[in-house]
Write a protein that binds this ligand. Structure first.
Ligand code: BTN
Length: 265
């Protein structure tokens, strides 16, 4: 049974939810909304399915990390989308952008994106603290995914974070200093995700890339380090290309970083 606050927010968004509108599933507690969505993704007619939970027992972050998911403390949601032809590699960035846009639409808080798809609150002279993250996973084979699952988590309440993330994470209520309607944040993110997905699907990749760049101004020009096939590489981030790769100026030319962990300085 969808909670009243979520039902009201969904009704308010109406058609802006596009193909998600009639496909919402809500659970009080799950291991991981991405796990449920990945199972759904293998079934016919799964496109557009949305899995939302109030809590996750085994919330997953990128690169095998745990995503702290206590009851009612955050937004935990995953959607199933058919890969937008030719631009599937841009979908994770588009999802990070959509989450940033949804947060801003619901709360007015200005947030930035950090490659590939972190959402953060800028801090004085630096990258500030992480507010939300996206975990995109492919169903089927990696080269020909049948559906893509895009999961996103947003910290809403002033929860006590585990020590390893306490100094890097933040929440909407911490930043805004007031109660926040998590259901409204979730629904605005879904509406923005549908819109950005349609942009990619209909060939407006340049629009999505421009909007992403406009939110990444704190990261462009920064020094980055990454692992280039077992070798430590570094340079200055200069932007992204139309495939969503991070472009980095190095001593030997421009490198394209397409996956993996990037450390920002
Ligand atoms: C990251 O920044 O590391 C990505 C975090 C993604 C967390 C979300 S919460 C909903 C969905 N279910 C999961 O298990 N993970 C994603």
């Amino acid at each position: 049974m969808i909670p009243d606050s979520l039902a009201a927010a969904l009704a308010g968004a109406g058609d802006r939810l596009g193909g998600f509108r009639e496909r919402i599933r809500w659970y009080p507690e799950v291991d991981s909304t991405n796990d449920i969505a990945m199972t759904l993704a293998e079934t016919p007619g799964a496109a557009g399915a949305v899995v939302i939970a109030d809590a996750q027992r085994k919330g997953r972050g990128r690169r095998g990390r745990i995503w702290f998911s206590p009851p009612g403390a955050g937004v935990y949601a995953s959607v199933v989308l058919p890969p937008p032809a030719a631009v599937v590699s841009f979908l994770p960035l588009a999802a990070g952008l959509a989450v940033a846009e949804g947060i801003e639409a619901a709360t007015g808080l200005r947030v930035g994106v950090k490659w590939p798809n972190d959402v953060y609150v800028p801090g004085p002279g630096g990258l500030g603290r992480k507010l939300a993250g996206v975990l995109a996973e492919a169903g089927g084979s990696d080269s020909r995914p049948s559906n893509v699952v895009v999961g996103f988590g947003i910290n809403v309440l002033r929860s006590v974070f585990p020590p390893d993330v306490a100094d890097r994470g933040t929440s909407l209520e911490t930043e805004l200093g007031r109660p926040v309607d998590g259901a409204l944040v979730l629904v605005e993110c879904l509406a923005s995700l549908w819109r950005r997905y349609r942009d990619l699907h209909d060939g407006r990749v340049a629009d999505v890339a421009d909007a992403w760049r406009a939110r990444a101004t704190d990261t462009i020009g920064r020094r980055v380090e990454w692992d280039a096939g077992g070798r430590a590489a570094s340079g200055t981030a200069t932007g992204i290309d139309q495939a969503g790769a991070l472009l980095v100026r190095t001593e030997s030319g421009t490198a394209r970083v397409i996956a993996g962990e990037v450390r920002w300085y």
